[in-house]
Design a protein around this ligand. Structure first.
Ligand code: SF4
Length: 284
């Protein structure tokens, strides 16, 4: 995280920091998810999740993180839709099932619930690859007919996708903070991802790239190249086609641990090989 400065990344001046008064109301709805994205949200360092929650964001509803539960928290969520109409941000984690039989929240279909929450939101953030692209629930035979969140968001509502399995914590928080400080989503690429976090591939900033450039590759997970930390390209590393800031923001744990990038931030990553693909596939 040494090179990442969140104030610079989202263009926030010291003066803007001092002027911030009301926190940004955020509603977090979980659909077909594993809660990994929420875990990531709680683990930001720059700024810390605690600082973010105390100073900039008011997390008004989350099935997992809200202190209250049941009817009280559901009633509170409805009150936020009224009180902050057009001002709150909706974060959606997980993909959306194609039918109501797979997921209900407080007696309501999650499809309906996301639409209801999104229609008066200032913006929607699709947190994680399941929400952004359908992800693991939509992979393979897709027994729940899972879809990405765009399937149920009204067209006129601005949406940003923050993919990853899970996403980088600072990418989730940085996107929310940009809305808080600037009143709008950060600049997005053509796939609706914030440019600041998704403009480079993992490969472009990978700490093993000098070995790639010298054509020094690991050939198998137990060879001498592995011990020397050579490039994992021949083991199927997806870093060259995966747009994410893992390597540039200090979240290089997969590649640093000696396992090749599975491209978890890209659409259809599981069907394109995922974890098993990088173990089985070997490039010549
Ligand atoms: Fe690129 Fe992967 Fe090699 Fe890193 S390990 S240099 S991301 S191919």
């Amino acid at each position: 995280m040494a090179d990442y400065n969140w104030l610079e990344a989202i263009s926030v001046s010291e003066e803007m920091l001092m002027k911030t008064d009301q926190r940004l109301p955020v509603i977090w709805i979980s659909a077909l998810d594993c809660t990994g994205c929420k875990e990531a949200f709680t683990r930001s360092f720059e700024p810390s999740t605690l600082d973010t929650l105390l100073n900039f964001i008011s997390l008004e509803y989350s099935e997992l993180l809200s202190a209250a539960s049941g009817e009280h928290v559901e009633a509170h969520k409805e009150s936020i839709f009224e009180k902050y109409k057009g001002e709150y941000v909706l974060a959606v984690e997980g993909s959306v099932p194609g039918s109501d039989e797979f997921l209900m929240i407080a007696g309501k279909s999650v499809r309906e619930e996301i639409y209801h929450a999104a229609k008066n939101a200032k913006a929607v953030i699709a947190v994680g690859s399941c929400s952004a692209w359908g992800g693991i629930p939509a992979a393979g035979l897709n027994p729940t007919n899972a879809e990405d969140v765009m399937a149920v968001i009204p067209e006129e509502v601005p949406v940003a996708l923050v993919p990853g399995c899970p996403p980088i914590p600072e990418a989730i928080i940085g996107t929310l903070l940009h809305i808080h400080f600037h009143g709008e989503l950060p600049e997005l690429d053509k796939k609706k991802r914030p440019m600041v976090f998704y403009q480079k591939t993992v490969h472009m900033t990978c700490h093993r790239k000098p070995y790639f450039d010298q054509k020094l590759f690991v050939e198998s997970y137990d060879d001498e190249g592995t011990r020397k930390g050579y490039c994992l390209f021949k083991l199927g590393c997806k870093g060259p086609t995966a747009f994410n800031a893992c390597e540039s923001m200090g979240y290089d744990r997969c590649i640093a641990a000696g396992f090749s990038c599975i491209g978890c931030s890209e659409k259809g990553f599981w069907d394109k090989g995922g974890f098993c693909g990088t173990v089985k596939r070997k490039r010549k």
